[in-house]
Structures are given as structure tokens and as C-alpha cells.
Write a protein that binds this ligand. Structure first.
Ligand SMILES: Nc1ncnc2c1ncn2[C@@H]1O[C@H](COP(=O)(O)OP(=O)(O)OP(=O)(O)O)[C@@H](O)[C@H]1O
Ligand SMILES: [Mg+2]
Length: 324
């Protein structure tokens, strides 16, 4: 089989170019449209925060297209805070990018999109804040992050904050159905639901799984095809939780679990489902563990306090694993 190129990746092929194509995120879309309706010169810096695969980078680019039209690439600098070695590289690139630019009525600023801003240390963020101020005449920033609470408050207070949500099941499945139609793929609702359940509202992941399933199935994917594919898709955070449990490292299991919870925004009952699926895939589910998961899932369904229950569940899982 030939290797998959970027153009043949469905996530890229079906990446929205306009606001109308965006699935969900209504609050964000409306807020951005309002900014465009107003005096563009007044546009503040923006801070996009939310779980992976929910449209943050996509909407930053949609906004750029809406402002600059087909020429948008000439006005946009995309940086990745975690790739670029240090804040000095960011400063240098922004400087070169903003040089010789004269703001006009139609293009009152250039746009710097800084992905993974929450991966920067707070010292680097303080420096970033200064860079944002120095270049504010010629540049607006769109900062993108998964965890808003990892962005220092002086930056938060200088940005308009947009919160992205996980894509709800119904809308995600509708989107997958549209893709299936275009790709002439005969996918049952059951298959699509299973794909959604494995991706916890991350649309990128849903589309990637769908594409993998399509490639192993020959036109009419079955549930077994999905199982085969999702085995490879256990989120690394979930693997980390299970690894910590196996090592008996309670603290790291707890912090991994809460990191995952904040990053994805999923609730306790769903986390238990994801854990269950991951354990099945890893072939590590024992009757004891299944009972523990069921017990805490039930307590949460009855409205018990999530943090207390999930923490106690991890403690009990460690004990059970020690016995195996
Ligand atoms: N709201 C959405 N509407 C339509 N497609 C979406 C949406 N969110 C994600 N996608 C699909 O998933 C792909 C990845 O989305 P995007 O790069 O915007 O995610 P992200 O929120 O920036 O994630 P990350 O935090 O991992 O960078 C897009 O190319 C698109 O195919
Ligand atoms: Mg992104």
C-alpha cells in the first residue's frame, strides 16, 4: 500500500474553510463573526482554549481567510510554541514578520497564530506578553491552548477568550455521514457510533479512525473493523494512567487522570468507559477490575461527587492490580 500523504488525509481534505462548514462551536463562531462585523482595527488578541480536535486551529485559519481572502498566507505567521526552541525564536520571527508592514484600512494588522501556548513556561509567557505589546500596532495574536489554566493571567486578561467544546455525538456522527457519502462508504450508524465513542468528542480522531476503518474494510465497514482500528487509538494519557496504576504510583495516576479530564472535558462516567475499553484492548481487564469500574460508574450515575469517587477508584484499582 502506498503511504498516506497529507492531501489524502481526510482530516485535511475536509478541514473547513468557512464558518458555515464548522461543526458546532456556535458561541465561538458567533463571537468571531461579530468581531468581523465591527471595526477590524479594534480586534483584540484572541485566546482559543479547549480539547484537541475540536476546531481551534481550523477556526483561526477560517478567520484569517475571512479577513485577508485568498492572500491570507501573506499575512499569517503560524508558530508552534512547543516546536520553536524558546521564546527568542518567537520574538525573532514575529519581528521579521512585522517589519516593513504598513497597516491599511483593509489589512490593519498581520496575524500571528501561536499553537500550544500552554506548553510555554510562565517566564516565556511573560516575555510573550511583552512581545504582544511591542508589536500590537502591526500584529494581532491568536493563542491556542488545551488548558486555559496554564496561561498566565496577564495574558488571559489581554485576550478575548473563546472556549471550544467537545463535539457532541449527534453532530459528529452527522459530519461523519457527510464524509462517508462523499467517499462512497457504506457505514452503518452503529459503526459511526462506535467510532465516536472511541474518540471522546475529538473530531480529528473520529475522522482519522473512519479513514483507517475505510482502508481496512473495502467499502462496507463492520464493527470488527472498528475494533481492529481503535486498538491502536488508546489515548496516550489513558495508557499513562494504566501504566501508573500498574506501577502502584497513585499520585501519578491521579494527576494523569485529572490532566486528561481537563484536556478533554469529559465527565467521570465517560472516563470510566474509556478506561474500560482501554483495559479490554490491552488485555488487562480482570473480573475484579470490571467490578470496581462498574461500582464507581454507578455511584457517579447516582450523582456522587466526581473528584472524590474517581480518586477513590484509582486507589482501589491499585490494590486490585497488586493482587494480580
Ligand atoms: N468544529 C469542527 N468542524 C469541522 N471539522 C472539525 C472541527 N473540529 C475539528 N475538525 C476536523 O478535525 C481536524 C483537526 O481540527 P483542528 O486542527 O482545528 O483541531 P484543534 O482544535 O486545533 O486540535 P489541537 O488542540 O489538537 O490542535 C480538522 O482538519 C477538521 O477536519
Ligand atoms: Mg490545533
Amino acid at each position: 500500500m502506498s503511504s498516506v500523504t497529507v492531501e489524502t488525509l481526510w482530516v485535511e481534505k475536509y478541514r473547513p474553510k468557512t464558518f458555515d462548514e464548522i461543526v458546532d462551536q456556535e458561541g465561538v463562531v458567533e463571537g468571531l463573526k461579530n468581531i468581523l462585523k465591527g471595526d477590524l482595527k479594534e480586534m483584540p488578541h484572541l485566546l482559543f482554549s479547549g480539547p484537541p480536535g475540536t476546531g481551534k486551529t481550523t477556526l483561526a485559519l477560517v478567520l484569517a481567510r475571512a479577513i485577508y481572502g485568498d492572500e491570507w498566507r501573506n499575512y499569517v505567521l503560524e508558530l508552534n510554541a512547543s516546536d520553536e526552541r524558546g521564546i527568542n525564536v518567537v520574538r525573532e520571527k514575529v519581528k521579521v514578520f512585522s517589519q516593513y508592514f504598513t497597516p491599511t484600512e483593509e489589512t490593519p494588522f498581520k496575524l500571528v497564530i501561536l499553537d500550544e501556548a500552554d506548553m510555554m513556561t510562565s517566564e516565556a509567557q511573560t516575555a510573550l506578553r511583552r512581545i504582544m505589546e511591542i508589536y500590537s500596532r502591526t500584529a494581532r495574536f491568536i493563542l491556542i491552548c488545551n488548558y486555559l489554566n496554564r496561561i498566565i493571567s496577564p495574558i488571559q486578561s489581554r485576550c478575548a477568550i473563546f472556549r471550544f467544546k467537545r463535539i457532541p455525538k449527534e453532530l459528529a456522527i452527522k459530519h461523519l455521514e457527510t464524509i462517508c457519502k462523499k467517499e462512497k462508504l457504506d457505514c452503518s450508524k452503529e459503526v459511526l457510533e462506535k467510532i465516536y465513542d472511541a474518540s471522546t468528542g475529538d473530531l480529528r480522531k473520529s475522522i482519522n479512525i473512519l479513514q483507517s476503518v475505510a482502508s481496512v474494510s473495502g467499502g462496507k465497514p463492520s464493527i470488527t473493523d472498528v475494533d481492529k482500528v481503535i486498538g491502536k487509538y488508546i489515548p496516550s494519557a489513558i495508557n499513562n494512567i494504566i501504566d501508573s496504576l500498574n506501577k502502584g504510583d497513585f499520585n501519578s495516576a491521579v494527576s494523569n487522570l485529572y490532566d486528561y479530564k481537563t484536556a478533554t472535558g469529559i465527565d467521570g462516567q465517560e472516563i470510566i468507559k474509556v478506561l474500560l475499553n482501554a483495559l479490554i484492548t490491552r488485555n488487562e481487564l480482570t473480573p475484579d477490575i470490571a467490578e470496581i469500574l462498574a461500582k464507581y460508574e454507578y455511584r457517579l450515575s447516582e450523582g456522587a461527587y466526581e473528584e472524590v469517587q474517581l480518586t477513590a477508584m484509582l486507589a482501589e484499582l491499585i490494590k486490585a492490580l497488586k493482587k494480580t
